[in-house]
Design a protein around this ligand. Sequence first.
Ligand SMILES: Cc1cc2nc3c(=O)[nH]c(=O)nc-3n(C[C@H](O)[C@H](O)[C@H](O)COP(=O)(O)O)c2cc1C
Length: 211
Amino acid sequence: MTHPKHAAADHDVLAIIRERWSPRAFDTTRPVSMNDLWRLFEAARWAPSSRNEQPWRFVVAHRDHSPQAYQALFTALSSTNQSWAQTAPVLILTAMQLTVELTGEANRLAYYDTGQAVAFLTLQAQSQGLAIRQMEGFSHTVAREVCHVPDGFEPAVVMAVGYPGAPEALASEKHRAAEITPRRRRRASDFVFDGAWDNSFTRDIKGMKDL
Ligand SMILES: Cc1cc2nc3c(=O)[nH]c(=O)nc-3n(C[C@H](O)[C@H](O)[C@H](O)COP(=O)(O)O)c2cc1C
């Protein structure tokens, strides 16, 4: 039986894309190993980036291995995020270098490239049975301080990482319900255009056949 969070995809896509979603409930009894984590960062490592700058950086706060760092990063989260993220065995601060390494000029693609690295990492997690929920709801000032983020780098998101858990463990009724609410998306035809913005990319462009 398919999970209600799996994508009702209109076209054939990889199972890890269809089945990935961002839970709030994590399994508190199932630890995340160092090998699990290294595989995630290896996936991020091989993401493409502008000029091969690889602007992404990660600070790992593992509840079992570095409980003080975990607690410290946890305090940076918004109270809403704290209410569910406490079940996540690992928190990871994602940050990025804002300047090009060689020239020192602003890297306007730092955010873009870091997002791609996180997307690679997230799909790798899915293939390992792990789940990730990214958070923008956190204090950059606190995260910067507790994780010793140097000047020239900027926090992007905190990721909650772990094996998926039972929704019943979540404190908020709204969050429990969200764990089984089907995911909604725009249709691809709403964001793909044929040659120019004012033409929708339809299936039967100028009699083009499926190859
Ligand atoms: C950059 C970014 C920031 C996000 N921030 C939060 C957040 O602060 N709190 C939260 O609960 N979810 C957050 N999310 C999760 C999104 O709400 C979620 O990815 C979106 O609703 C799509 O759901 P799906 O990932 O299950 O497909 C964030 C996701 C991204 C990519």
